[in-house]
Design a protein around this ligand. Structure first.
Ligand SMILES: C[S@@+](CC[C@H](N)C(=O)[O-])C[C@H]1O[C@@H](n2cnc3c(N)ncnc32)[C@H](O)[C@@H]1O
Length: 458
């Protein structure tokens, strides 16, 4: 972790009427959000219940910084807490533990003066009603400020050094013996903010000019001609013509899928596991590249997002996409028997390639999650295969870096299907695998994605 590089100006260390220091709303919201995540909620659900209700943009900024920072650096921060406490806190005092994690993160990473961070932490503990802990929090944080350098240099075990759970480090080491440190370091970075410019609306170059006119700096990408990376955080509603469908937020790695489908205007395309519709919309934006599109998604609420995105981007003019809420595996219940020329499977996966964007994955994912996911992916692959026309192509995509979900999955599939042939992916980006191609997190400032193209032979 680097020290003291952000300047959070929203350190409102003001006093309330009774003369006691007020606890910032941002820190209260961060504590609530982290409690929810540690109790099993996803980060986005926790943010929606807490941080997103804060009125002040700067409060939201600080709260998001603290919550994401703690989730990224949790294992290193926990190492410091253990080193500073004579005995661990009880499970029922998880709020005190979280306040320590938040404050240590802030002491390491933010420019707020140390005394203000410590005062806020003490007030926050008092607000929880655990007055017995205010002295402890004060003492632990003060000791940290005194012994910071020795403590930071005493971090040697991988779990604390790379701030990932042990099982995840071992799995990544095993799958990527040459690249594991690169992957772990990339997972701890703040994600880049990528846009996909709607080709029907404008080119990336023209939209970049519009951004510039609005004093929003951006840069293009070497791997996607529709991608622009914003150099500052911004509410998407402030982007020029966002509501008119000019752009979507989509990682540049995800933008590679549409190009790998080798589309033409006579084709029927099946998009399995479609929500929230990033890739569906990208395909539709390319213009008259297909004849028909059927998108299947099992989650009804998420499917609404596909519909909203199609409407915002005005993509139902030439090809009216058919949206089916169903389990991709149960194809006999919804398929009309007409084969598809192209099938995209954007498979449900461990999401181990997008940890930098969703740091709660490190907290939530368990080693036992992988086997059921591999089974689900294999069943979706099998179902998709039944619906693919002879000569047709299937693109299998995951946002995982685990080989079980990627090249080993495809290896098993190819073993079973004698009428399946892998097609090459000629690209400069990523790593050629025994089967398919892997873009690792952070490469080309993208998230981690795996792609494999398979053709059905006669
Ligand atoms: C990686 S996300 C897809 C992202 C999407 N393609 C995009 O580009 O925006 C995987 C999706 O698969 C859906 N899903 C999971 N199991 C499924 C199943 N058995 N059948 C259909 N969809 C499924 C999940 O609800 C989730 O929306």
């Amino acid at each position: 972790m680097q020290s003291k590089k952000k300047n959070n100006k929203n350190n409102k260390n003001s006093k309330s009427k009774d003369g006691r220091a007020k606890v910032s709303l941002a820190r209260q919201a961060s504590l609530k959000a982290l409690k929810l995540v540690f109790d099993g909620k996803s980060l986005s659900a926790a943010q929606a219940k807490t941080i997103e209700n804060l009125d002040d943009t700067r409060d939201r900024g600080l709260a998001n910084e603290l919550v994401n920072g703690v989730l990224r650096w949790r294992w290193q921060l926990e190492f410091f807490v253990s080193a500073l406490l004579s005995k661990p806190l009880k499970a029922k005092d998880s709020d005190v533990q979280i306040i320590l994690l938040m404050s240590l993160y802030e002491l390491l990473e933010c420019r707020t003066p140390d005394y203000a961070i410590i005062n806020e932490a003490v007030e926050l503990v008092r607000k929880t009603g655990k007055r017995w802990a205010d002295g402890l929090v004060n003492a632990v944080l003060r000791r940290f400020t005194r012994e910071k350098e020795e403590l930071v240099s005493s971090v040697s075990e991988d779990q604390a050094k790379y701030s990932h759970p042990d099982w995840l480090i071992k799995k990544i080491q095993n799958d990527w013996p040459e690249n594991w440190q690169q992957i772990l370091n990339a997972n701890n970075q703040r994600p880049d903010f990528w846009l996909r410019v709607n080709k029907r609306y404008s080119s990336a170059e023209k939209y970049q000019q519009m951004l510039q006119e609005n004093e929003i700096e951006s840069v293009g990408s070497a791997i996607s001609d529709q991608a622009l990376k914003l150099l500052q955080g911004i509410d998407v509603r402030q982007l020029p013509d966002f509501s008119l469908g000019a752009v979507s937020v989509q990682d540049v790695g995800a933008q590679l899928s549409a190009g790998l489908l080798n589309l033409d205007k006579h084709q029927r395309l099946l998009d399995l596991c479609a929500a929230p519709g990033g890739k569906t919309c990208h395909i539709l934006e390319l213009g008259d590249t297909i004849k028909a599109l059927v998108a299947v998604e099992s989650d009804e609420i998420r499917m609404q997002r596909v519909e909203e995105n199609i409407q915002r981007l005005k993509l139902d003019a030439d090809v009216v996409p058919e949206l089916i809420i169903a389990d991709a595996r149960e194809y006999k219940q919804w398929w009309d028997g007409l084969t598809f020329d192209r099938i995209l499977i954007d498979a449900p996966c461990s999401a181990s390639g997008v940890i930098r964007r969703h740091p709660d994955i490190k907290t939530h994912r368990r080693p036992t999650d992988i086997e059921p996911l591999v089974k689900l992916q294999s069943e979706i692959l099998q179902a998709a295969w039944q619906m693919l026309a002879v000569g047709g192509e299937m693109l299998y995509v995951t946002c995982s870096v685990f080989k079980d979900e990627n090249q080993y999955q495809i290896q098993q599939f190819l073993k079973k299907q004698s009428d399946a042939k892998e097609l090459p992916i000629d690209a400069e980006w990523g790593h050629e695998c025994d089967h398919g191609r892997q873009l690792l997190p952070g490469e080309y400032e993208a998230d981690g994605f795996y792609f494999c193209r398979i053709q059905k032979t006669a």
